[in-house]
Design a protein around this ligand. Sequence first.
Ligand SMILES: Cc1ncc(COP(=O)(O)O)c(C=O)c1O
Length: 359
Amino acid sequence: MSLIGQPLDALDSPQLLLDLDVIDANLKRMFDAGKQRGVNVRTHFKSLKCGGLAKYIQAHGGATFLCAKLNEAEVLADAGISDILIANQIVSPQKMQRLANLAKRVQLRVCVDHADNIDQLSKAMQAAGATLGVLVEIDIGMARCGVLPGDAAVPLAQRISKSPGLRFDGLQGYDGHLQLIADAKERRGKCLEGLEQLTGTRRLIEKAGIPVAIVTGAGTGTWEFVAGFPGVTEIQPGSFVLMDCIYHPVRPEFGCSLSIFATVMSVQTKWYTLDAGSKAISKDFGMPQIKGKPAEAATRLSEEHTKVECDPVPVKVGDRREVIPAHCCATMNLHRQAIAVRKGRVEAVWPIEASGRYD
Ligand SMILES: Cc1ncc(COP(=O)(O)O)c(C=O)c1O
């Protein structure tokens, strides 16, 4: 039986829900701000992993995406997205053929932080007759990948420019270490320091005679400080689409559209238990929240159960609850399908094609 048009009560549980009205409001807020500030908003697909949702975002004004992994880029291309940045280094020889095949289908870009990787990419693209856009990743404080801001990026940009099959497109500097800083003043101050370093590096490359088309960075926590900063051309947030109960207090302008639909399976004197646990709700950032029920506190997740403490206990066995996860990206990665709902009725059912994949 088709679920389309059915009310939530027709659903079995656990089930991953996406509230389309909340998604619409989140997209409008971010994309309108991008337009007002003259920056492109590139949406991060590692939070979403779902081709149907990417198509939906494209139809609502977000045509450009980034992702963390090659398999995510392939899912995006299959969904009809034609401008994709893999915001990572692709280094294994096994992935080079896939990368080249994809570069022939869509406008594809990757990040690099080492000369050897540039040579490897160039060789693979030449062999396949493909062209790949390349950004040099700058480490503006996260200490993950990237070269330090300043002179180190210049020879890499020069090398890319001279490499057949590659096109130097610009710089990426992602401030992942700042996204969840609760104090907005501190988050902004540290973010602006990183942006000075990133755009200073841009100027050095331009001084060496190489044009820099793209300078990209930011996540949901820092988007508003980066959007409109002189010398930055785009922002790349992802969590703003779905949000979660850890990010929401940092960025309350975006609503939580993702929830896990669950059923009360047991009622005790001071708690009840839901039929969804850590295999359905990521707990890597902490405990989830029960949507719209501040007096009901999720205190423990085991694999297939969530314990919810409350006094009195306001539910009976069989009642339903929606759980807002503490980490949206990791929760999407646990599910194979998303139920898109609007005003309590199912509007679409989308496979989450990239969930559980790391290649
Ligand atoms: C390179 C890069 N850019 C952007 C983001 C987006 O971050 P957020 O989910 O906080 O919006 C991430 C998140 O991990 C990232 O790794």
